[in-house]
Design a binder for this molecule. Sequence first.
Ligand code: SIN
Length: 517
Amino acid sequence: MGVARFALCKISSSLLPRMHRPSALRQMSVAADLKNSTIFRSQGLIGGQWVAAHDGKTLQVNNPSTGEIIADVPFMGRRETNDAISSAYEALNSWSKLTATERSKCLRKWYDLIMSHKEELGQLITLEQGKPLKEALGEVSYGASFIEFFAEEAKRVYGDIIPATLADRRLFVLKQPVGVVGAITPWNFPLAMITRKVGPALACGCTAVVKPSELTPLTALAAAELALQAGIPPGVLNVVMGNAPDIGDALLASPQVRKITFTGSTAVGKKLMAGAAGTVKRISLELGGNAPCIVFDDADLDVAVKGVLAAKFRNSGQTCVCANRVIVHEGIYEKFAEAFSKAVQNLQVGDGFTEGVVQGPLINEAAVQKVESFLQDALSKGAKVILGGKRHSLGMTFYEPTIVTDVKTDMLLAREEVFGPVAPLLRFITEEEAIRIANDTNAGLAAYIFTSNVQRTWRVSEALEYGLVGVNEGIISTEVAPFGGVKQSGLGREGSKYGIDEYLELKYVCLGDMNRK
Ligand code: SIN
């Protein structure tokens, strides 16, 4: 099956981190089993062929939980990206000319295959990303749901007939695929951020070049293998990885790429937006957040604790919609802090394959150092740690679930996305103040409020400058609702009936001289 350079590291068990010896050994056996699976791939996909980098260079994919090398994958760059773009461009004509039903059937098959390989895909996600297996399996269902949804939506791309202003004319609006799409995706959702982009793109007739994160390419390659097995023709979906700046530049420079879709940091998103200007490409950006979670004094405390817990600690705090600032009414601040601490201290930290673990490692050392520097900044300005506050005794990149009180709006923890398991608690007195604090940021992706007052629900939801608002609920993402931010959190929407518009061009056709005999 053309599996290249699988490199399950042969480290002696005595070299494994002390606390992790059993889990590392278990993970090595999971990795070995996955190696023999029909979905395991460790080469790039260009024009339906599994290929190495032109110069044979590779990069290692590591397990963040153990440090083990899972596999080597090709370190690709401009040349391979240009090959992938050419393949996608060649495939565009035939793929876009299939009927919507034909494309829909391929996508549905892809969905079925993803679901029938749910266990292996979940294991792959846990292995290369670190999230607990249960959460990884949840991501497989979530990721697959975008393929299923857009397989159905493919058949509902309707145009329009416009009442003409002249009797001998007929006016039509056609919806057509934008063309070749460059999709650049992050490590925190190795599957779902790909399917949320590629699902609608392929459904309406676009072809794609995907660049997954170099930290988590194996899930992307497995998903691409399943796309081939589903009968999605060669060239329709291509995957390259390696030198991220070079791949990004090649996608931006090519006039054949008509759209860039990106999930990742705001800084990179801004560069892509500037770079897309050269060839005037369409662009969708899903960038960083700084989600406020407002807990009003009329909230049901249990609902609020459960909701904030979910919104903060999903994926160990490594999602763009994770609660970044918990803004609590003065009157219930202490009570909430106490109840929240009790819940957080029960979160079991460990490797994702261990039963009961709900907090995996952070993705890498840089992520831990970021958390540490934010915390240091807060402590130096008067904040207090009431739970956690340091690296976990498990070592590697495990970090203790942490709660910080007396956080002020000028602290880094309140100004920027921490992307880790740290919950900073801020105080407010009036509703206006809560809204002002919540909106005092350049980000505008997700916000959460906890209240039992219906009027307040509407008032505050309308006042929040965010693309998504959760009310008494900490997990609100779904394939059927539009996902995306305002302000510097991005452009465009993903998922839902709106998500497919990002991959469609409107064409106005004027049919003249209707009365000619
Ligand atoms: C993200 O973190 O970018 C995605 C989160 C989600 O889809 O809920």
